[in-house]
Structures are given as C-alpha cells and as structure tokens.
Design a protein around this ligand. Structure first.
Ligand SMILES: Nc1ncnc2c1ncn2[C@@H]1O[C@H](COP(=O)(O)OP(=O)(O)OP(=O)(O)O)[C@@H](O)[C@H]1O
Ligand SMILES: [Mg+2]
Length: 238
C-alpha cells in the first residue's frame, strides 16, 4: 500500500471563462506523498500554474476534487482552511507576489507575524533565511529594488519560513543562475527532510537532480508520470 497522500488532485478541471473560454486543466490527477519531490513539467500554457493553484486550495476546481490528507478541501471549515494556509501549504508564485511596500526581510517575516510569532523571533528567523539564500546585503531594500533572481529568493524564503508540510513552488529557479538554483533546491529539500513534500513546476532540468517523480503536463492533462529516468525520453526543451 502506498503511503497516504498529503495532497491529491482527482480529475481536476479548471476553466477560465471569458471570450475565449479556455479549459486550462481538463481532468488531471496527481497525488503527492510525504518525501515526494515532484517536478511538474510541460510546455508553456499546458496548465501547470493553474493546477498548482487548485492543489494549493487557492482556486476551487470546476470539476473533480482536491483532498488534503484524505479530506476533500471543499468540505473544510473556514478555520481548517486558515490552518492549511498558515501551516500546511507554502506557495512560491511564478510572479513572486511580494508586497512592494515592504522590505525583503519584512516580506519574509510576514507569515510568521500572521501566525502570531513575536517580532524579535520573526525577524531573527527571516534574517537567517535571507542569509542562507545569499541576500544578507539586500534585506532592508524594498522588493522592487531587487533583481528578479533576488526577488525569487525572497519569495522562496517567505514560503519556507513557516515550515509548511508541503511547498508548491511555481518555477522557483526560473530567474537564477546555477549556483543559486542549487541553493534554492537545497532549501526546498529541507521540507523533504522533515517528511513533507515539494511540488515544483519547472522548465529547468536542474530540478531533476532533486526530483523523485516527474509529472508531465500537456494541454491540461497528465501526459506521463514516473521517475526522471522513466520520463526522460518524453521531455522536450520548451
Ligand atoms: N487568468 C487567465 N484567464 C484566461 N486564461 C488563462 C488565465 N491564466 C491562464 N490562462 C490560460 O490557461 C492555460 C494554462 O495556463 P497556465 O498558466 O496554467 O500554464 P503554465 O503551464 O503554467 O504555463 P507557463 O509554463 O508559461 O507558466 C493557457 O492557455 C493560458 O493562456
Ligand atoms: Mg506557469
């Protein structure tokens, strides 16, 4: 028997209504188990970001279901959803989603402040994360004063600081060089070390050195799933 999934999308469908009426995800099922590092790959526009948003509980599926530790998210109370957002799932957005009025360190400490951690401790932990990600000299800059790669690292620190059980990272190494990609992937690996899981949408084969599974999306469905070796033949550079 495989270990129960932390999060599981079952036949997920997600549409964007509007003039064009796009069906971005058209029946995708993925289960992420403890200690899984899943690379979500596939061409631009294949539905990776949309699927991550549904699995993270940010957007409801139009059809199908998302389960968190076996419980349908649609049946969770407001308190349970809040708990999930605060401690269960950490999200790194493709567009970072940093608050421009705040400095880098203030962005990173924010989730801890929301969780009720006092300012001194939150600041110490945020500074430690930014040191680890090589941003010690940029901590007090507003995020719009940072390069894209630096903003990406701030976004990673902000997702990881509450020590979520699963981190869903959308292109977490798209903007950084190989050295910083390793630093970020290594930081994501911390979640695996404490028996959590990582689901990372990525175009970068560098991530395959860390992933135990690859889920290959195409046109809103899972085209293939397996170990990096099994899927290697299907990967195209896009
Ligand atoms: N807000 C939106 N409104 C309408 N259509 C959208 C919206 N967001 C995404 N789409 C469409 O949904 C489909 C899937 O987009 P999505 O962003 O999930 O792809 P992706 O695999 O993450 O691509 P990329 O690799 O470029 O990040 C695309 O056809 C896209 O144009
Ligand atoms: Mg995307």
């Amino acid at each position: 028997m495989p270990e129960p999934a932390l999060v599981e999308g079952i036949d997920v469908v997600r549409r964007y209504p509007g003039a064009q009426g796009v069906i971005a995800v058209r029946g995708a099922s993925v289960a992420v188990r403890p200690r899984d590092f899943v690379a979500l790959m596939g061409p631009s526009g294949s539905g990776k970001t949309t699927f991550l948003g549904v699995l993270a509980g940010l957007d409801p599926p139009d059809d199908g279901e998302v389960k968190w530790k076996g419980r349908p998210m649609s049946s969770m109370s407001a308190d349970e959803r809040r708990e999930l957002r605060q401690h269960g799932v950490g999200v790194v957005f493709q567009s970072f989603g940093l608050l421009p009025a705040l400095s880098a360190v203030e962005n990173v400490e924010l989730p801890l402040r929301v969780n009720g951690v006092d300012l001194t401790e939150a600041r110490e932990r945020a500074e430690a994360w930014l040191h680890r990600l090589g941003l010690e000299t940029r901590m007090h800059n507003r995020t719009y004063e940072l390069s894209a790669g630096q903003q990406q690292r701030v976004a990673v620190a902000r997702a990881l600081i509450p020590e979520p059980e699963i981190v869903m990272a959308d292109e977490p190494i798209a903007e950084v060089d190989t050295e910083n990609a390793d630093i970020i992937l290594e930081a994501l690996w911390d979640v695996i070390r404490r028996d959590g899981a990582v689901l990372a949408a990525t175009h970068n084969p560098e991530a395959l050195r860390y992933a135990n599974r690859v889920v290959l999306f195409r046109d809103g469905v899972v085209e293939q799933e397996g170990t990096p070796q099994e899927v290697a033949g299907h990967l195209t550079v896009d």
